[in-house]
Design a protein around this ligand. Structure first.
Ligand SMILES: NC(=O)c1ccc[n+]([C@@H]2O[C@H](COP(=O)([O-])OP(=O)(O)OC[C@H]3O[C@@H](n4cnc5c(N)ncnc54)[C@H](OP(=O)(O)O)[C@@H]3O)[C@@H](O)[C@H]2O)c1
Length: 225
């Protein structure tokens, strides 16, 4: 029987590439997008496109009702926004801060609350696309404060979810995809999107339950929190 993955934030970039690669491997791919009717044009025909806005609790709940108790082998929280790139230490405005935190922190929190049990039922994996920019131990810059803080907070969401769903059989991890050439990463980024996602898929495929609560990059390297 084919495995099922729910990719949250699959309209472009890393999320789209996850959907494309897992569909090519014969997985049942559920792709959550804010505008599924647009994404249909470039999404593989086998992909089950569903409306999903991570900043809208009703939208997450609606997908939850749709999936009901169906087991999920993999849940990938991919949706993210970068917010203002201030270049140096500068607090963002209220709206920018709220938007980044809402999408990057409250989004995965609600997503995991809604689907954690579905993943645990399949003894599956919950992966949150975090970033090395959210690693307190590896931080060398002072720019993009809202983004950095949001990914550090997302890492806490992962740790707490690992405590909750790990004992139920799920493996919950934070992932750093590298600096990737997407709309967010920009054209000068070091890693192509297919290379990043191939690496991330390899990392996910090689996980054991001992990896519950880990922070890994696309090459499998452990990052400090
Ligand atoms: N690229 C990098 O170098 C890099 C490095 C480290 C971590 N990451 C992380 O990796 C993840 C994917 O990044 P990316 O480079 O693929 O970014 P991207 O190209 O900017 O794509 C962002 C994706 O998130 C979706 N999204 C944003 N807000 C959403 C919401 N409220 N509900 C549902 N979907 C939403 C977007 O959908 P729409 O089309 O509807 O806007 C789009 O599909 C992000 O979490 C990012 O922080 C990226």
């Amino acid at each position: 029987m084919s495995k099922t993955v729910l990719v949250a934030g699959a309209s472009r970039g890393i999320g789209l590439e996850f959907a494309v690669q897992y569909a090519a491997e014969g997985w049942h791919v559920i792709a959550g997008c804010r505008a599924p009717e647009q994404a249909r044009r470039w999404m593989p025909a086998t992909v089950d496109l569903q409306k999903l806005d991570l900043t809208d609790a009703n939208s997450i709940a609606a997908l939850g009702w749709h999936l009901d108790d169906d087991p999920l082998d993999l849940l990938i929280a991919c949706a993210g926004v970068f917010g203002p790139d201030t270049g140096s230490f500068a607090a963002p405005g209220d709206d920018a801060f709220n938007s980044v935190m809402h999408t990057n922190v409250l989004g995965p929190m609600r997503l995991i609350q809604a689907f954690g049990t579905n993943v645990a039922r399949a003894q599956g994996v919950i992966a949150v696309l975090s970033s090395r920019m959210g690693s307190i131990g590896e931080t060398s810059g002072s720019d993009a404060l809202a983004y950095r803080c949001s990914k550090a907070a997302a890492n806490m969401v992962v740790k707490a979810a690992a405590n909750e769903f790990g004992p139920q059989g799920a493996t919950v991890i934070s992932l750093h995809p590298g600096w990737v050439r997407t709309e967010m990463g920009g054209p000068n980024a070091q890693v192509g999107v297919s290379e990043s996602v191939e690496g991330l898929r390899r990392v996910i495929a090689n996980l054991s339950t001992d990896d519950n609560g880990s922070f890994l990059d696309y090459t499998g390297r452990n990052l400090s929190w």
